[in-house]
Design a protein around this ligand. Structure first.
Ligand SMILES: [Fe+2]
Length: 324
C-alpha cells in the first residue's frame, strides 16, 4: 500500500475542536437543523419526504420488489459493492502528479445493514491507493445510537489503507465527528483543508460539511489560507455534487462525491424511479465536468431507506488522476 508520505503522520491531526474548525455560527446552524429536522425537512424540496407523508415508501418498495420477483436480485445488488477502477483526465492536474490514486467510499449508511461490512472489506481487499476518502453518510437512521454507528464505521476504517480523510453527509450528526477522529483512523475536513506532500511537491485536499440539509458547507472557508491552485493543485471532498460551479471557481481539479446513491432503484439503463433533490441528471451518477473541474458522483457503497438496489449496483471507486 502506498501512503502519501511515510515521513509524516499518516493523518494530519486536527488543531481545534470541531465547532471552532467549522466556525461556531455554522456549528450552531447545524445543531439547530439537526434538532428541528422535521420542521426544516417539510420546508425544502424533497419528493421522497413529501411522498412518505402520504404512503409508506419503504414498505411499498419492498412489496413492489417482492411482487415482481425482483427482491432477491435487488438485495444481491445492494450487498455486493464492486470495486470500480476509473481514470480521469483533469485539466488542472499536473503531469508531475500523474497517477495519484484515490480509493473512494461514500454513503455507507452502515446501520441499515451491518451485514454489508464483510462485503465492503472484500471489495477493498488488495486495492492499492495513495489516499482514501469517505464522502459522508456514515449513518442511516437518526434513531441509531451514535456509539453503534461509530463501532460499525470503525470496522471499515480499520481495514482501509491510510491515510483516510472524510466529510459528513446529510444523515450524519455533527456530534459523530469527534469520536470518529478519536479512533485515529480518519481525519474529517469540516470546511477546512490539509496540504499533503506528494512526489516532492504538494497538493491541497479540502473538504466541506453537508450542504444538502444542514446548509453547513463553506468552500471559501475550506480554501482559506490554502496555497494557490498553481502551487498546490486542489481536490475537494463534498458529500454531494451541488457545489460544482463554486468549486470550479475555486480552481478545484477534482471532486469526488456521493449523496445521490445513483438513484438506488432505477429502470434498466440507470434512470432513477425517484429523483433525489434538485440536481441536473448528469450529476446523478458517474463522471462529469464543470468548467475545468472534473468530478465524480459515486452510486454509493451503501444506500438508504430499504437495503436494496435495482439497476444501480453499489460501488467502491478507485480513481486515478491524470493530466488532460
Ligand atoms: Fe446517502
Amino acid at each position: 500500500m502506498h501512503a502519501v508520505d511515510s515521513s509524516l503522520p499518516l493523518i494530519a491531526p486536527p488543531a481545534h475542536p470541531i465547532a471552532q474548525r467549522m466556525t461556531p455560527e455554522r456549528y450552531a446552524t447545524r445543531v439547530e437543523r439537526q434538532r428541528n429536522r422535521e420542521r426544516y425537512q417539510s420546508q425544502r424540496y424533497d419528493p421522497l419526504y413529501l411522498i412518505s407523508r402520504i404512503i409508506p415508501v419503504n414498505q411499498t418498495i419492498r412489496w413492489g420488489l417482492k411482487a415482481t420477483g425482483l427482491y432477491r436480485h435487488a438485495r444481491r445488488e445492494f450487498t455486493t459493492p464492486r470495486l470500480v477502477h476509473l481514470e480521469h483526465r483533469c485539466p488542472r492536474w499536473p503531469a508531475a502528479f500523474d497517477g495519484l490514486r484515490i480509493l473512494h467510499l461514500t454513503d455507507l449508511h452502515i446501520d441499515i445493514d451491518p451485514g454489508l461490512i464483510p462485503a465492503i472489506l472484500a471489495g477493498i481487499e488488495g486495492a492499492e491507493c495513495d489516499l482514501c476518502v469517505i464522502t459522508g453518510d456514515f449513518r442511516n437512521s437518526h434513531d441509531t445510537p451514535r456509539q453503534e454507528v461509530l463501532q460499525l464505521s470503525q470496522r471499515i476504517l480499520e481495514a482501509l489503507p491510510q491515510p483516510v480523510y472524510g466529510t459528513l453527509g446529510n444523515h450524519d450528526e455533527v456530534e459523530l465527528a469527534e469520536p470518529l477522529e478519536a479512533t485515529g483512523l480518519i481525519r474529517l475536513l469540516m470546511n477546512e483543508h490539509v496540504v499533503l506532500p506528494f512526489r516532492g511537491g504538494q497538493f491541497t485536499l479540502a473538504g466541506i460539511d453537508d450542504t444538502f440539509f444542514h446548509e453547513a458547507g463553506d468552500i471559501p472557508a475550506a480554501m482559506a489560507g490554502a496555497p494557490t491552485a498553481q502551487e498546490s493543485p486542489r481536490i475537494l471532498l463534498a458529500h454531494g455534487p451541488d457545489i460544482v460551479e463554486e468549486a470550479d471557481r475555486h480552481q478545484v481539479a477534482f471532486t469526488p462525491c456521493g449523496h445521490t446513491h445513483g438513484g438506488q432503484i432505477c429502470l434498466p439503463g440507470g434512470k432513477p424511479l425517484l429523483a433525489i433533490d434538485k440536481l441536473p441528471s448528469h450529476l446523478l451518477a458517474g463522471a462529469w465536468r464543470a468548467g475545468d473541474m472534473i468530478g465524480y458522483t459515486s452510486r454509493g457503497t451503501g444506500g438508504c431507506r430499504v437495503p436494496v438496489r435495482l439497476n444501480c449496483p453499489a460501488e467502491i471507486t478507485l480513481h486515478t488522476l491524470r493530466p488532460a
